[in-house]
Design a protein around this ligand. Structure first.
Ligand SMILES: O=C(O)C1=CC=C[C@H](O)[C@H]1O
Ligand code: PYR
Length: 292
């Protein structure tokens, strides 16, 4: 069985109501996933119609928002060369797929990866399967995944469920996804809302990423340091030196960039010369009060 020809359908606008969690995309925690937007998978659509045309526009807008907020962007793409062992059950289920359309394996030009993006080779429905996506997110100190691309009820939903099981908050960006049908698309959004994550519109996601993030409490500062260092928050004590806890200069610079973008006049030396978490909090409080 190959992929069916996909009739146009409108991008979902009425989203399922979330009642279990109040997760919000955080520019300090998020990674944008652009899932399998290869020409091969888009060729089954009428590219000039919904859902693909608006979906690609919204993926581009989200990519721009992530670039502005310092949020890493990760692409997945299946390889054209897959041994039977590598392709596994996909071969029996979907046939040769992109391996028989090697000239269509490229990621769609209108949403092509940019120089600073990460492109992972994709082997199974979930973007975590047989890739180092989780390791990379750990290294970046990030635990939210903003999911866009195709197909919503297959690889995107599988990735959302897998993220949840890895304690990564999944966000399905409803109008930056496309599927086999409106019903499949809606099913994916309903499932994620009920069982593992948050569904939101691309504009709500862009607005959340644009909200500069200064820690609003000492515990929020400890939690942010813990996430970016990759240790439990309980290990970030008020008298601990963040650099001695494992915060390296690259991550320190990313904090300076993020907090400066939020309007706090904080430089690298301001933090490096302060040796306690409590001193960092006092500095953040002082700089917040001095903000216009
Ligand atoms: O051919 C394939 O590998 C696939 C077809 C349709 C959706 C699946 O996610 C993808 O693996
Ligand atoms: C497109 C694809 O590979 C997926 O939905 O997993």
């Amino acid at each position: 069985m190959s992929i069916p020809r996909i009739a146009p359908y409108p991008v979902p606008t009425s989203l399922p109501v979330q009642s279990r969690v109040n997760w919000q995309p955080d520019p300090a925690r998020a990674v944008l996933l652009v899932h399998d937007l290869q020409e091969y998978f888009l060729d089954f659509y009428d590219r000039g119609d919904a859902p693909v045309a608006p979906m690609l526009d919204r993926v581009r807008a989200l990519h721009d928002a992530c670039d502005g907020a310092g949020v890493p962007v990760v692409y997945t793409a299946q390889p054209t060369a897959q041994t039977p062992r590598q392709r596994g059950l996909l071969q029996e289920w979907w046939g040769p797929g992109v391996t028989a359309a090697t000239d269509r394996a490229a990621i769609a030009g209108s949403v092509a990866p940019r120089a600073h993006d990460t492109v992972l080779t994709k082997w199974r429905y979930s973007a975590f399967a047989m890739t180092d996506l989780h390791d990379r997110m750990r290294q970046w100190g990030r635990d939210q995944l903003l999911i866009t691309g195709v197909y919503a009820h297959i690889g995107c939903m599988a990735t959302a469920l897998d993220a949840f099981m890895r304690d990564i908050q999944p966000f399905m960006v409803a109008d930056a996804l496309a599927d086999f049908s409106a019903a499949d698309h809606a099913m994916a959004l309903d499932y994620v809302t009920q069982r593992c994550g948050v569904v939101l519109a691309s504009q709500a996601c862009i607005d959340a990423l644009a909200a500069p993030a200064l820690p609003t409490s000492l515990d929020a500062l400890r939690a942010e340091l813990a996430r970016i260092i990759g240790i439990p928050a309980a290990q970030v004590g008020l008298d601990d030196n963040p650099l001695h806890l494992g915060l390296d200069s690259i991550r320190l610079m990313s904090l300076v960039e993020r907090w400066s973008a939020a309007g706090a006049a904080i430089g690298f030396v301001d933090l490096a010369e302060r040796e306690r978490v409590s001193d960092w909090w006092a500095l953040l409080e002082a700089r917040r009060e001095a903000m216009p």
